[in-house]
Design a protein around this ligand. Structure first.
Ligand code: XLS
Ligand code: NI
Ligand code: NI
Length: 434
């Protein structure tokens, strides 16, 4: 046991009236919602990079956090893992997520980095044996080191492509070994700074080939989890190729991977792309590629990916509404891809950030489940499109030609009457629940 979280108790459910900082007011893991435990609906995960690896820097200032595990040795990597599992135990956290770069020190060369990764993966595996916390997903950090500054798979230098592919192999091996339920690819540097030096067609083909290699390797090693791509429009690249769900779907179709890969959708990335979170979730669900979510929130004034912990129940409720409507998570979950602010120095800040976020998500999910159960939103939606269930409506989508439409409009005759979209009524309906 480290003494990092000394005097911080395990957090349990005490109900809405509790005034204890270290209590859940809404997240009761065992509460049954629509026939399923709340914990099994939400499938919360802690993100290793934000909670244990991030030093608190911003573009104008460096490290603010003073953590006893900061440094580049294996001993410190093990201490970091110890503290991580202490946080998981305090929160009763069912899952965590990691990049290779978060859990192991970078070696002098690829072979040493790989040895470090294997050693720390064994150590983490040992810790998982005595804990309830499982791995939601693993991923490779193909964006921090300077070798990736011009991209990983989409680098103009094929050696960087090969290095990146080898790195992903080691991270998929690590994910398989730890029983991970998904493997994520987020392409922070898969994009460009300036079109003047960029061959878009080549880079897109390189990305398609890379993803195909990942899928092939998944099948080769018998990884039964889900491969997830995480869209984001920009940052750190000026333009990122996996811009949003629609763009990634087109890309998957082009390379024949739409049945192999699903989406990990992040709140802040959706906003950066000019969408709402629920838009991205609804679109992915409609395309059959909704996999998992990275839960966070941006600062709406800065317009940047600030990765704050979620704290708006109405926003979160609309997101979970789309998740539940799509049937809920299977291998996916709610990963808190969120970091405390750089002035939040205390161990308590790290704990309380998660406590609040878990409560916000629990309230949101319960509101979403009640809205679905009520059925009024879906009934209004179905009614709005009910004309398409008629014989004439169905014919339009199958056999009818422009001539048929012309004849029908003349003969029936058709003279459509506009109908209210009832937006305010539906907004009032949602507000009864959130
Ligand atoms: C960065 C991304 C990153 C991915 C994992 O914006 O959200 O944290 O989730 O590489
Ligand atoms: Ni992000
Ligand atoms: Ni993310």
């Amino acid at each position: 046991m480290s003494d990092f979280f000394k005097n911080i108790p395990a957090v349990t459910y005490e109900g809405p009236d509790s005034t204890n900082d270290y209590a859940f007011r809404h997240y009761n893991p065992d509460e049954m919602v629509g026939g399923k435990r709340l914990e099994d609906h939400l499938r919360f995960a802690v993100a290793w990079w934000h909670s244990f690896a991030w030093p608190g820097g911003d573009p104008f200032g460096g490290q603010t956090f003073d953590r006893p595990w900061f440094g580049d040795t294996m001993d410190l990597a093990r201490l970091k893992a110890d503290v991580a599992f202490e946080l998981f135990a305090i929160l009763g956290q069912p899952f965590f997520c990691f990049h290779d770069f978060d859990i192991r020190p970078e070696g002098a060369d690829f072979a040493e980095s790989t040895r470090n990764l294997e050693e720390i993966v064994d150590y983490i595996g040992g810790k998982m044996e005595g804990a309830k916390t499982k791995l939601l997903w693993g991923t490779a950090n193909l964006f921090t080191h300077r070798r990736f500054m011009s991209g990983a798979a989409t680098n103009p230098d094929p050696d960087v492509f090969a290095y990146s592919a080898a790195t992903v192999k080691t991270c998929m091996d690590a994910t398989l070994k730890l029983g991970g339920e998904n493997y994520v690819l987020w392409g922070g540097r898969e994009g460009y700074e300036t079109l003047l030096n960029t061959d878009l067609k080549r880079e897109r083909d390189q990305a398609g080939r890379f993803l195909q290699m990942v899928v092939d390797y998944k099948h080769k090693i018998g990884f039964t989890g889900t491969i997830l791509v995480e869209p984001k429009p920009q940052e750190p690249s000026k333009h990122q190729y996996d811009y949003d769900v629609a763009t990634v779907y087109g890309f998957l179709k082009d390379y024949g991977l739409e049945n192999e890969v699903k989406m990990n959708i992040e709140q802040g990335h959706a906003i950066l792309a000019g969408h709402s979170f629920e838009h991205e979730l609804a679109l992915a669900a409609s395309l059959g590629i909704l996999g998992s979510i990275d839960m966070n929130r941006n600062d709406y004034q800065s317009g940047w990916d600030t990765d704050q912990f979620p704290n708006s129940v109405p926003e979160v409720a609309l997101a979970y509404y789309e998740v539940l409507k799509a049937g809920g998570f299977t291998t996916g979950g709610t990963n808190f891809d969120a970091k405390i602010r750089r002035q939040s120095l205390d161990p308590a800040d790290l704990v309380l950030a998660h406590v609040g976020a878990m409560d916000v998500c629990a309230r949101g999910l319960k509101a979403a489940a009640a809205m679905l159960e009520d059925g009024a939103l879906e009934a209004a939606r179905a009614e709005r499109y009910s004309g398409w269930d008629s014989a004439g409506g169905k014919a339009l989508l199958t056999s009818a030609t422009l001539d048929d439409c012309f004849d029908r409009v003349i003969q029936d005759p058709i003279n459509p009457e506009p109908r209210s979209g009832q937006q305010e009524r539906l907004e009032n309906l949602v507000n009864r629940y959130v």
